[in-house]
Every structure is written in structure tokens, then in C-alpha cells.
Design a protein around this ligand. Structure first.
Ligand code: ZN
Length: 162
């Protein structure tokens, strides 16, 4: 396993659409391992492959309930609404208010390409939406209500970065 460099806002790769994974290769397995390591090291709750420079539909998430790896994920159901602060490992030191569904159901594959369904509420729903957006080249900053703010000024309420 190795840490990967996290691409930051302004890097064109973050605005590109990712390709589906057709087959789980040893190289992509290594990517998944590296993404998890990189996410934990950066203390984020989620990371999408384009954030480490790979245009593949792969995300990893851990909102404190254990690691989730999703390959080719799709939101199949969503309802409710939540408004809350959101941050991103690719936009360090910033956060902003984003409205997301409060509950989502996502279908995809795990790292062994077994079909999986993940159901999430609140923070997990937010993380799923945020990471899946990355796969379509959408960074949360385009969804923010009002202005982005600096997180360093309110360290006590440090935001979950994804
Ligand atoms: Zn992000």
C-alpha cells in the first residue's frame, strides 16, 4: 500500500467524467487499498478515484462505521433533505453549506466485483452523494449555498472532509 497524492481544486482531472470499471485488475485493487490508506491518513470520510488522479468509477468511504468500497456506484433511490456543512480533501481548509438527500440507496460492486447495496442516512447519505458527484466531475463547491468559508478559523467544529 502507498499513499497517493490528493489532487486539489483547480486540477482539471477533478472536472472530468470517470469511466466504468469493467474488470477488477490487481492494479485497480492496489488503487482501492491506496485510496483507503490515503483517506485515513488525510482524516477524510471519503475519497473518489479522480481525487488521486484516476478517472475510474471507484469511491471509498468511512464515516466511522468501517470502510466501504464502491465500484461503478449508482444512486437508485433518494429521499428527504438535509442541509449541512460539507468539506472536501481536494478543497483543503474550506467548507460550505450543501443541501443533500437525507437518505439514499446506492447499488454498485465491492472490490471483488460482487454486487452490493449500501443504504445511508445523514452523514453517510451526504458522503455517498459527495463521492458519487466526483465521478461525474462535480466538486461540491458548485453546489454550495452562499459562500465557502475557512475551516481553520473554527477549528473546534472541524468539518468532515470527503
Ligand atoms: Zn470531495
Amino acid at each position: 500500500m502507498a499513499l497517493r497524492k490528493i489532487r486539489v481544486y483547480g486540477d482539471e482531472i477533478l472536472t472530468k467524467k470517470c469511466r466504468e470499471v469493467r474488470e477488477m485488475t490487481p492494479r485497480l485493487k492496489e488503487l482501492v487499498e491506496d485510496m483507503l490508506e490515503t483517506m485515513y491518513q488525510a482524516e477524510g470520510v471519503g475519497l473518489a478515484a479522480p481525487q488521486v488522479g484516476v478517472l475510474k468509477r471507484i469511491v471509498v468511504i468511512d464515516v466511522g462505521e468501517g470502510p466501504i468500497t464502491l465500484v461503478n456506484p449508482k444512486i437508485v433511490e433518494q429521499d428527504g433533505e438535509q442541509e449541512g456543512s460539507e468539506g472536501c480533501l481536494s478543497v483543503p481548509g474550506k467548507a460550505g453549506l450543501v443541501v443533500r438527500p437525507n437518505h439514499v440507496i446506492v447499488e454498485g460492486y465491492d472490490a471483488d466485483m460482487n454486487p452490493v447495496t449500501v443504504e445511508g442516512e445523514e452523514l453517510l447519505a451526504r458522503a455517498l452523494c459527495h463521492e458519487l458527484d466526483h465521478l461525474d466531475g462535480i466538486v461540491y463547491t458548485s453546489l454550495v449555498k452562499g459562500e465557502l468559508y475557512d475551516t481553520d478559523v473554527e477549528e473546534e467544529e472541524s468539518e468532515e472532509e470527503q
